[in-house]
Structure formats: structure tokens, C-alpha cells
Ligand binder design. Sequence first.
Ligand code: SF4
Ligand code: SF4
Length: 343
Amino acid sequence: MKGLYKISTGELDGLFAEIAREMRLYAPLRQGNELNFGLWGASVTVDLHGLKTDNTPKDLFLPQSEDLYSASLKGGDIKINPAEAEFAPFVVFGVKACDIKATAVLDNIFLKGDFVDHNYKLRRENALIVSLACNKPGMSCFCAAFNLDAAAPGGDIATWLCNEYLYLQAQNEKGEGFIKQFAHLLQEAEEGEIAPIQAEIREKIAALPYSELPLENFTPENMLKLFNHENWNILYKACLGCGICTYICPTCGCYDIRDFEAKCGEIQRFRCWDSCMYPDFTLMAHGNPRISQKERFRQRFMHKLAYHPEKFAEYGCVGCGRCVNKCPVSLNIVKIIKSLGGE
Ligand code: SF4
Ligand code: SF4
């Protein structure tokens, strides 16, 4: 086990200021009722006591929109100018266990799948992720159903808030280097100091309503049966096709590539998030392969619970519960698992 360190919560601003002198620092920032990962600066309010951020760390690795290149036509020649992207080291602080696992899910898609995504790869390589154990898990959390341990959140450095201290422990070499760099601000701590808070977190999580879900049926062998399940005919009906569930999901990585005419004779190519809930998603010359909302709705959940597991031997959902909180008509993956998993 690697060394455990601590810093009093009253001194955290000093630590953040030192980190920010070296590299960009993102942390959960409070603005009224909203909690979002944002760039640390002198006038922001970091809130490490909040539960789920509204946005997810996905935004830092796969921005909602990014320019790829521009192309212009001059004298019969096409000139391609790659977009200037900044790939510099950064720290993202306070990432919960579900979002840490979600990053591993995205890594499978963008780094270990059919191709390696250049921009995603460079952002991941430049990132140092500091996780944070969930002292107050919420009623919509179900990370435990996917065997995640919110009391041991992982990342490059894991942290715990306990008795007015933030405890830090490196999880790998990258994390060790970071701890060494800022060791002058930290005190050494004993392993036993975080044991009570870990036990408390695990007890709270075990008592949550969705910590156990009937996932046994969601196997690649059952895929056809799940696909043809009659309950989809009822489940999809309330879906508005708004796509909120995909935008706030830390593991949804679908995107579209689009062009617009920036000026006469020059196009700008960019990519932006897309949603399988939209009628023009995967639109091809012959039309859309999923012509009804039922098919689009089924696609989202089959992807998380059957297609992704078949390809990567892990679920594409991490139980963060954001879709439970945010769907305007209270449809979510928990309802799907309970409906299809019970038979
Ligand atoms: S499941 Fe809910 S959030 Fe997702 S598209 Fe349908 S209505 Fe919108
Ligand atoms: S499907 Fe819902 S609970 Fe699962 S990771 Fe996405 S937003 Fe979170």
C-alpha cells in the first residue's frame, strides 16, 4: 500500500493555487444550485462536499464541440489546415468512483476499440485524475450494482474527506510524482485514519434502494431475447427523444462530424456530441436505420447493457444516477434493468 498523506481542508486553497501555477486545474465548482467541473481560479468556489456534478469529466477528454480542420479552395487546389488544439498537462480534482470508471469505459471505446482517437488520447495522456470518495451518496446512486467501491475511488490519486482533513494516496507512478511535487504542503498520515470513513461510506451505499439490481439476464448470450423483449413496446412510449440522458451520461461517447461554410470558399469541419435518441443519428444516404423512437430508445439501453459488455466484458453504465435525476419523464436505466432483468 502506498503512503497516505493529509492536508487540512483550510489549507486546500493554498494547494490548489500551487497546482494552478504549474498546470490547469479543474475542480467541482459551486454556482448556486449547480455543481460543475470548471477551471480553478481565484474567484471560484470549490465544493468537495457536493455529490454529483451536473457535467462530467468526459467534457475534458471529449469536448462537446471541437474544430478538426478547415479546408479552402485556392486556384484549383484544396488547402487543409488542421485546427490548433492545446494538449497541455492538467489536473482534474474531485472525481467520484463512478466517473473514474466511466473514464475507463471511454478509454475502451476511444483507445482500445476499432481505432485510436488522436485528440482523446492526447488529452488522457495529459490528465492527472484525483478522485474523491463519496461521503454522502445519493438515493439515485447505484454504482454498487456494478461492483464499484465509492470508498476506494481510484484514479491517479485517491482522496478522502475526513475530520477536517483531505487524505491523499497515490494509486500509480503518475500519482506518486504528483504527491512528491506537492509534498511540502502535506503531512504524513496513518492508514487507519481513513478506515472509519470508508466503513461509513460502504454502509451508506449498501442501504441505497438501487444498490442491488437484477443484472443476471444482461449477458451476450441473452442478447436476442433482450432485443425482442415485449416490454420495450411499453417502456419507450414516454420517451421524448430529448437526448438529455445521453448528454449528461459520463459513458456516452457518440459524436457527429459536420461542416459549415466559414467564409466563401472555406469550410470548417468540427465534431460535436450526438445522441442515439435523435432521428438524424447515424443518418445515411438511404435514411435512418432506426426509424422509430422505440428502436432508438432500445439502442441506448442495449448498448449499455448488452453490446458494450459483449465487446469489452464490462457494462457501459457505471450507476452514476444522472439519468435517474435528469430525465424529464422519469425514464432511466434502472427502470429498464428492473423491467427486463426480472424474467
Ligand atoms: S429517456 Fe428521458 S432523457 Fe432520455 S431522451 Fe427519453 S425523455 Fe429524454
Ligand atoms: S446510463 Fe445513466 S446511470 Fe448509467 S452511466 Fe449513464 S447517466 Fe449514469
